[in-house]
Design a protein. Structure first.
Length: 185
């Protein structure tokens, strides 16, 4: 009876398989990275799509005449926060509501709440002062983001940070006094 001999694979065959496998894995990782970049860029474009119109609305509907920065605040309602200066060269914040264009039915009460609001920087705690006050109370915390906003019908500073246990905390401080309004852990 004849036995069939199995041919041993040569070193060069194993090397080719390894090279093709590594090439395939590398292309897969590269494709994932490119996909992530495209998704990230699209998300940022959507987020920042309202910034240009919010600058215009802030200049039209508030005392601001010059705009230097626009950020987003997401609370009960989403606002583009437009930072700039008035004719008297006073810094201030205009809160331009982001109205979902898909929502055709916005009742009048909600529409009134969604007007552009404005506050002068001097009417409250400045950003650096609030940051210093927060750091005094939370020395081992890591700041993630600080944004002016509106919560419970009050102008606030939203401070997002990681606490000593490495957990995210959302703290809302009154813009006028710097006292803690609300904290979500």
């Amino acid at each position: 009876m004849k036995t069939m001999r199995r041919q041993q694979s040569s070193r060069s065959t194993r090397r080719r398989i390894l090279i093709w496998s590594l090439t395939g894995i590398g292309l897969f990782i590269l494709s994932l990275g490119l996909y992530y970049l495209v998704i990230f860029n699209q998300a940022m474009e959507v987020k920042e799509a309202t910034f240009a119109s919010s600058k215009q609305k802030a200049i039209q509907n508030s005392p601001l005449v010059e705009v230097s920065e626009v950020t987003r605040f997401n609370g009960e309602h989403a606002y583009d926060v437009v930072y700039g200066k008035t004719e008297e060269n006073q810094p201030g914040y205009a809160f331009v509501p982001i109205v979902n264009e898909k929502d055709d039915e916005v009742d009048q009460e909600e529409e009134q709440q969604l007007e552009t609001l404005f506050v002068l920087e001097e009417e409250g705690i400045r950003e650096q002062e609030m940051l210093a006050k927060w750091k005094e109370n939370c020395r081992n915390c890591t700041l993630e983001k600080m944004t002016p906003g509106i919560a419970n019908d009050n102008f606030v500073w939203e401070i997002i940070y990681k606490n000593e246990q490495d957990k995210f905390v959302f703290s809302y401080y009154l813009f006028s006094t710097g006292s803690l309004l609300e904290q979500l852990k």
